[in-house]
Design a protein around this ligand. Structure first.
Ligand SMILES: O=C(O)COP(=O)(O)O
Ligand SMILES: [Mg+2]
Length: 238
């Protein structure tokens, strides 16, 4: 395959998923989901079942939680529950959410080495930006793109490639880091190497989705690992 990366001078972009990869948002997602389930007269969900619901954004999370209790939702129910969710979630963030161990050091290392950082999340853009701003770290990212930033979302590879474009990067010189099948499938469909963290939100272990690498702590994501993946991506694209 031939492309233009050999002639561009764009800095490589490292694209991160947000929930379950950079930030452990599960306690707050669960609180806000349960706020909705209780309002709807359902039984609150627990942290284990939450893992099966997260990954495709808040609406899908609510839908899956209802399905798990054999309850159907009308469009009108969904509209109301989604509004309730957003009000609760956005009103309480950053709540108990915290960066995973080693994240900020890792971002420091990558930035110091000249990499551009970006976020590609199935959260709504406004929630993703507000969360990172309130945690004081939004400034690190050249682009923060949510499920509503473009007309498509992960696992659609264009969510990822358009995020890279918004960060002024080259899709052939990029690495994705994520925790779920949507991240890994999007990256693979885009031909972008993908590092999976094994501590995020997925019901099946990330090894099932065959990412390029698996890490259990951000300290394992060395600059050598990144440059090896970028080198391999370059060779594959040439
Ligand atoms: O909140 C979700 O459902 C998914 O968010 P993520 O893409 O950042 O993991
Ligand atoms: Mg995630």
């Amino acid at each position: 395959m031939s492309h233009s990366s050999a002639t561009t001078t764009a800095q490589p972009v490292i694209v991160f998923d947000l929930d379950g990869t950079l930030v452990d948002t599960a306690p707050d997602l669960l609180d806000s989901l349960n706020h909705c389930l209780i309002a709807g007269g359902l039984t609150p969900a627990d942290p284990v079942s939450l893992r099966k619901f997260v990954g495709s954004g808040a609406k899908v999370m609510i839908e899956r939680a209802y399905q798990a209790q054999n309850r159907q939702l009308t469009d009108e129910d969904m509209k109301q529950l989604f509004a309730l969710f957003m009000e609760h979630y956005n009103g309480n963030m950053p709540g108990k959410s915290a960066f995973y161990p080693g994240v900020l050091n890792s971002l420091d290392r990558l930035s110091a080495a000249g990499y551009v950082l970006a976020v590609c999340t199935n959260k709504f853009e406004i929630s993703a930006k507000a969360l990172l701003e309130r945690m004081g770290e939004a400034h690190r990212f050249a682009a923060i793109c949510g499920q509503d930033t473009f007309p498509y979302r992960k696992p659609d590879p264009r969510h990822l490639t358009d995020t890279i474009a918004q960060a002024k990067g080259d899709r052939y010189q990029a690495v994705m880091v994520g925790d779920s099948r949507a991240d890994i499938d999007a990256a693979k469909a885009a031909g972008i190497p993908v590092i999976a963290v094994d501590f995020g939100y997925t019901d099946l272990h990330v090894s099932h989705f065959e990412p390029s690498r698996i890490i259990s702590h951000f300290d394992e994501m060395t600059l050598d690992m990144i440059s090896d993946l970028l080198e391999a991506a370059k060779e594959a694209a040439e």
